[in-house]
Design a protein around this ligand. Structure first.
Ligand SMILES: *[C@@H]1O[C@H](CO)[C@@H](O)[C@H](O)[C@H]1NC(C)=O
Length: 396
């Protein structure tokens, strides 16, 4: 009974968030494409081209003889936060990443851990790929709860959350991870040389971190589709800074004061907010309240410079000062999503339709032409909100 109710809520949450994805990504594309799209945009016509039908130009595809598309690569790495105990999930996720995507492009991997990786972990992970693999240790002060946090208050909050069955409500390591992903991963020494990253996660403790639904989940991820074009080059050439496949609602109990902190930041630094921002993704009332929509941070392709820039750095600092990562349980998914929506331009946020991806129990199965020539093995009917019409929401 309880399980059924949970699924019902999940279904609702997904339908509603899909509505946002569709209207939002539609908006973003409408601006970036042709005159006729812009005209449709103005007239509110329903005949707009859905984003997944706008083809990726031929030159981005890998050709068997060339090895990578156009013989060039972006300055990018695949990043994975993992622990020694996650090895089997890591291997399975990474093998799929190699088979479906990275064998064609040979992007390097960076693994990060708050404890040293074991020799066994390093050996097995390195055997899966012929790309460069690096293993990094997270500095203590990027991971652990800072000394200025009032531990009495933090303990009280964790106890309350445990009482109220908030997922990971009692966990300090979980909070450390959310804070690390929010404000520190992009500062890691091993990521300094890179501009773009693709984050991959494998472990439920680390991963499910930042979403609230307590489902029977498994630690592995699945890539459903061959990706034959280089997603990093799309990011680079089209000046995108944040890419996603799924969006969801955040659990209110984990972020009671987050939006107040966001509003006080905007008041303090109005000039840091992008004039062409995606506030409409975050708020249905012009910024007064947060609708709790966020991009699913278990899948992200992004520009590290978005996080390293002045606006987001100040934003993270401002949030961190409030202590909400420990006095509440702020997740990196809403923090990244709010950051991307406020500091990037709307059209710099990219919906990767063609990347079929599942992390239990959520999945994105590409629609349309992506299925041709045996590239995908998921059922395109098994996707959130396939039948939802685009409702003409302008995203303002
Ligand atoms: C720490 O938090 C507790 C509980 O909220 C509060 O009573 C106490 O005054 C706080 N200590 C400091 C130093 O602010």
């Amino acid at each position: 009974m309880m399980t059924n109710m949970r699924y019902l809520f999940l279904a609702l949450a997904i339908i509603i968030s899909l509505h946002y994805i569709l209207s939002f990504s539609h908006e973003a594309y409408g601006r970036a494409t042709s005159i006729s799209n812009i005209k449709d945009h103005i007239t509110g016509s329903q005949n707009r081209i859905p984003p997944y039908k706008i083809p990726i130009p031929e030159e981005y595809y890998a050709h068997p003889d060339a090895g990578s598309s156009q013989g060039r690569k972006a300055n990018a790495a695949i990043v994975m936060l993992a622990r020694n105990g996650d090895l089997n999930g890591v291997i399975s996720s990474m093998k799929q990443m190699e088979d479906r995507v990275n064998k064609k492009f040979h992007y390097p991997y960076v693994f990060l851990n708050d404890e040293p990786f074991s020799d066994d972990f390093k050996t097995r992970v390195s055997e899966i790929t012929d790309s460069k693999v690096q293993f990094g240790l997270i500095p203590n002060d990027h991971w652990n709860q800072p000394a200025w946090v009032n531990e009495t208050k933090a303990t009280e909050s964790r106890n309350d959350m445990v009482k109220n069955n908030v997922i990971y409500g009692g966990s300090v390591p979980y909070r450390n991870m959310c804070r690390f992903n929010s404000g520190f991963f992009y500062q890691h020494e091993l990521l300094k040389p890179y501009k773009y990253y693709w984050s991959m996660y494998s472990n439920i403790d680390m991963v499910h971190a930042c979403i609230y639904l307590s489902f029977p989940h498994r630690p592995d991820i699945k890539f459903f589709c061959d990706l034959d074009y280089d997603p990093f080059l799309i990011m680079q050439d089209q000046n995108k800074v944040y890419g996603f496949t799924v969006s969801l609602y955040e659990y209110e109990a984990t972020i009671p004061t987050l939006w107040n902190a966001v509003k006080s930041f905007i008041e303090k630094y109005p000039n840091l907010v992008s004039p062409d921002n995606a506030m409409a993704f975050l708020s249905d009332d012009g910024g007064e309240t947060y609708n709790r929509c966020h991009f699913w941070s278990n899948f992200e392709i992004g520009d590290l410079d978005l996080w390293r820039g002045e606006a987001y750095s100040k934003f993270f600092e401002h949030l961190d000062e409030q202590g909400g990562f420990y006095y509440e349980r702020w997740g990196d998914a809403p923090v990244h999503s709010i950051g991307a929506a406020l500091f990037a331009k709307k059209e710099q946020i990219h919906f990767f339709n063609d990347i079929g991806y599942r992390h239990e129990p959520f999945q994105h199965c590409p629609q349309g032409d992506a299925h041709k020539k045996g590239k995908c093995w998921c059922d395109s009917a098994q996707n959130f909100g396939r039948h939802l019409p685009y409702n003409g929401k302008t995203g303002r």
